[in-house]
Design a protein around this ligand. Structure first.
Ligand SMILES: C[C@@]1(CC(=O)O)c2cc3[nH]c(cc4nc(cc5[nH]c(cc(n2)[C@H]1CCC(=O)O)[C@@](C)(CC(=O)O)[C@@H]5CCC(=O)O)C(CC(=O)O)=C4CCC(=O)O)c(CCC(=O)O)c3CC(=O)O
Ligand SMILES: NC(=O)C1=CN([C@@H]2O[C@H](COP(=O)(O)OP(=O)(O)OC[C@H]3O[C@@H](n4cnc5c(N)ncnc54)[C@H](O)[C@@H]3O)[C@@H](O)[C@H]2O)C=CC1
Length: 208
């Protein structure tokens, strides 16, 4: 069996992180822009997590994990340094809850891939836990190829797509225009993008 990738909308969902060490911090960092309500349960937390608590970005309970902490959690991240506790967390979770285990990929039902974001573009990499080091290497290679310029470019593609779909152009022209903007020059040149939007707005991109 192999795993099935998805993109989660975590806005206003409860995410429970058990453990407060460097791995818990890494997972929490990745959740910062998701809009999730992040709850941490740990006997003690690293200063990095304390800093997030002070900013109001996470809610921290300083205590040992109990089964009742799982109530209402959409995603559970088991990141303690105890195999027994992580095992207990995954056993106690209900079937419909997503459980990530930082210590043993195969024992949870969810793996958090390594990912890069360029605005609306997400590229995620996973080896299903086989080699986190290869995952990291591939992510670094991809990050170089898909650099920061993609962020503005994807916003442009999004805008073009909306305008083209709402236009009265023929299906063939719509397809041709959506293909045309994939040309490299539209990514590298903001003025080319502006010119294209101008032409679209004022009807200069007609059916051929
Ligand atoms: C299943 C998963 C957890 C999950 O689902 O979240 C998991 C599990 C484990 N990692 C372990 C060890 C290491 N992990 C890293 C690094 C990263 N690990 C990441 C992800 C994942 N690691 C998920 C699978 C991803 C996939 O599918 O490929 C990255 C990509 C992303 C992130 O964590 O944010 C991040 C790169 C950060 C970046 O991109 O910068 C390094 C190297 C380093 O730190 O440089 C080492 C030491 C070298 C080694 O051991 O290989 C161990 C053994 C622990 C032990 O021995 O106690 C386990 C447990 C096990 O093997 O089951
Ligand atoms: N996913 C990954 O990339 C990696 C995962 N790991 C795994 O992640 C685990 C955690 O690593 P670190 O964060 O470095 O450990 P750490 O030792 O820094 O932190 C462990 C945390 O768990 C808490 N904890 C322990 N027992 C608890 C309990 N019963 N209830 C609540 N909290 C409890 C501690 O208070 C502490 O905050 C490691 O043991 C290892 O198995 C390690 C390296 C990489």
């Amino acid at each position: 069996m192999s795993s099935y990738p998805v993109m989660l909308n975590l806005a206003n969902k409860k995410v429970l992180v058990v453990g407060g060490g460097s791995i818990a911090y890494r997972k929490i960092s990745g959740l910062q822009d998701s809009g999730a309500s992040i709850h941490v349960v740990a006997q003690s937390v690293d200063p990095s997590i304390e800093a997030l608590e002070q900013l109001g970005a996470v809610n921290v309970e300083r205590k040992a994990f109990e089964s009742s902490d799982l109530a209402g959690a959409f995603l559970i991240i088991a990141a303690t340094d105890s195999i027994e506790v992580n095992e207990w967390i995954s056993k106690e979770a209900a079937d419909h809850q997503l459980v990530n285990r930082a210590d043993r990929a195969a024992s949870g039902n969810t793996i958090i891939p390594s990912s890069i974001k360029r605005g609306k573009l997400t590229i995620a990499v996973s080896t299903e836990g086989a080699s986190p080091k290869l995952t990291k290497k591939i992510k670094q290679e991809i990050a170089e190829k898909y650099d920061e310029s993609y962020e503005a470019y994807i916003d442009f593609l999004h805008e073009v797509r909306g305008r083209v779909h709402h236009s009265n152009l023929s299906q063939e022209t719509k397809k041709r225009l959506l293909e045309q903007v994939l040309e490299e020059e539209y990514r590298t040149s903001p003025s080319k993008r502006q010119h294209f939007l101008y032409q679209l707005e004022f009807g200069f991109l007609q059916d051929e």
